[in-house]
Design a protein around this ligand. Structure first.
Ligand code: ATP
Length: 292
């Protein structure tokens, strides 16, 4: 198993009485794209802002590249590339001027790579940031984040607001960058399809809690739906409930999680057990109520 680059222990943050992030234990391994999946308001941005040292956690710890910290410090931030949901730049600077400005903060800045990224992502070099569309600003943010060659990229819904062509370019560049440079990326999104394309592993965040963390394949193999005429009182050993789904005519389906052996050992009739698309699995987790 590859080295863990980032780990959080019980990361928690409230706003007034509201717990936006509740005891999150993330684990990112070197060289992977980790898809951080959750609905609007699940707590993704709050988690990422804690990782970037922008927000202070109420509780919990962050272990970044082997160092345990309560709050990420400036020197550690140099090793992170961050693309936030709102890209805020000095509006009077052009892309090239911003590159020159940002390069001063990062010893590993690669100007040739920056210019190449601007070209590939179709970001005009000489227009002022204020004149760029929201999507183009997002792409400029990615180029700035990648050009200082950070070992870890933290991308907060970076494809929101991008058109399909730009989204494709963005995902291709991310995949290529991770493959070529061995970078690691934490990529938040509420779009299952795009994470399915780029992520090696995912974490599903729902109401501030991490409901699943692991590979997409394991998730697909572990979560299945069972349609039952008379649901049993007790679930077979090794299977746990993700969500109940009501079907027409009073029937009920249950979305369950379990290791392949638990599924094999269960006495469910094979025709009652269905595999699910990743979209369906995500919806089951995201609609899950604590009592289900
Ligand atoms: N500064 C703040 N003050 C009060 N509440 C906040 C603040 N920031 C976030 N929240 C609340 O915390 C919860 C989690 O928000 P967060 O932005 O982390 O979610 P998200 O998963 O990134 O959502 P989205 O996909 O919509 O960006 C939401 O209910 C939000 O309203």
């Amino acid at each position: 198993m590859s080295e863990v680059l980032l780990r959080t222990h019980g990361l928690t943050r409230s706003f007034d009485q509201f717990k936006a992030v509740d005891g999150v234990d993330l684990e990112l391994r070197r060289g992977e794209v980790y898809g951080f999946l959750g609905r609007n308001g699940a707590g993704k941005t709050t988690t990422l802002r804690m990782l970037m040292g922008i927000l202070r956690p109420d509780r919990g710890e962050i272990e970044l590249m082997g160092q345990r910290v309560r709050r990420v410090r400036a020197a550690q931030k140099q090793r992170l590339g961050y693309v936030s949901q709102e890209q805020v730049f000095y509006p009077w600077m052009t892309a090239l001027e911003l590159g020159r400005f940002v390069s001063g903060f990062y010893p590993d800045w690669d100007d040739a790579a920056f210019r190449r990224l601007l070209r590939v992502l179709d970001v005009p070099e000489d227009r002022k940031a204020a004149q760029l569309s929201g999507g183009t600003r997002m792409k400029l943010g990615l180029a700035l984040a990648l050009a200082h060659r950070p070992p870890l990229l933290i991308l907060d819904e970076p494809t929101a607001g991008l058109d399909p062509v730009a989204r494709r370019e963005f995902l291709d560049i991310l995949r290529e960058q991770v493959r070529r440079e061995g970078q690691t990326a934490l990529f938040s999104s509420h779009l299952v399809g795009e994470l399915e394309e780029v992520a090696h592993r995912i974490g599903i965040l729902h109401e501030g809690r991490l409901r699943y963390q692991g590979s997409l394949d394991t998730l697909r193999q572990s979560v299945r739906r069972v349609v039952l005429e008379a649901p049993p009182e007790q679930l077979p050993p090794g299977l746990s409930l993700v969500r109940r789904e009501l079907l027409p005519e009073g029937r009920e389906a249950r979305v369950l999680f379990g290791e392949p052996e638990a599924w094999t050992a269960s006495a469910f009739a094979p025709e009652a057990v269905e595999s699910l698309s990743l979209e369906h699995i995500f919806l089951a987790y995201a609609r899950r109520s604590d009592e289900s």
